[in-house]
Ligand binder design. Structure first.
Ligand SMILES: [Ca+2]
Ligand SMILES: [Ca+2]
Ligand SMILES: [Ca+2]
Length: 200
């Protein structure tokens, strides 16, 4: 049996109405750093958009994903518009893997901070942090403030656990990063999201 390749458009891409924007803008020239578990940069639906990396877990330049989630997030953001796999929200954006979580999917705040500093130093436009956690510290807060003040658009996960969400964005420990009316929600049903960042 032979099947034709066919690209799938995911629910989320339609939900945020990305398809209506694509005739005008597919993210070309926008640099997006993905702070997470690394990316499978050899994936044929990502390789054209993959531009760079650093691995703070192994302290090397090979951020090959050994967890799986990072590649999935990268696909949601910027899977290529071709005849395979899925279609990303910004299928021509440049993606950078900043590996700060281990294969187990967990990591240290210190590595996340180093990752944020890398993103600032490398002049990214957007930083994606699909991270959970129950608390922060002054160094973490300072890194976030530096990222925000440098003009980066900060995107964080929220709501994965509903009203029991563990994402530190939702805990209210950093009031200036929550409860802001400028919150941009990716998903209407993310009613518990009250941060000012996108929720993914
Ligand atoms: Ca490709
Ligand atoms: Ca590595
Ligand atoms: Ca594709």
């Amino acid at each position: 049996m032979v099947y034709a390749h066919q690209q799938q458009t995911s629910w989320g891409v339609e939900k945020v109405q990305a398809l209506q924007v694509h005739p005008f803008n597919k993210g070309s020239g926008i640099k997006i750093a993905i702070l997470y578990t690394g990316i499978d940069y050899s994936h044929p639906d990502l390789d054209n958009n993959y531009r760079g990396e650093y691995d703070f877990i192994n302290n090397d330049n090979d951020p090959m994903n050994d967890n799986g989630q990072g590649t999935s997030v990268a696909g949601i953001i910027a899977a290529e518009d071709n005849n395979i796999g899925v279609l990303g929200v910004a299928p021509e954006a440049s993606i950078y893997a900043v590996k700060v979580l281990k294969s187990s999917g967990s990591g240290y705040t210190s590595d996340v901070i180093r990752g944020i500093e890398w993103v600032i130093a490398n002049d990214m436009d957007i930083i994606s942090m699909s991270l959970g956690g129950t608390g922060g510290n002054n160094a973490y807060k300072a890194a976030m403030d530096n990222a925000y003040n440098s003009g980066l658009i900060l995107i964080a996960s929220a709501g994965n656990y509903g009203s029991n969400d563990h994402s530190f964005w939702n805990t209210g420990i950093w009031p200036e990063y929550s409860g802001n009316s400028s919150c941009i929600k990716w998903v209407d049903s993310c009613f518990w999201c009250n941060c000012r960042y996108f929720s993914i």
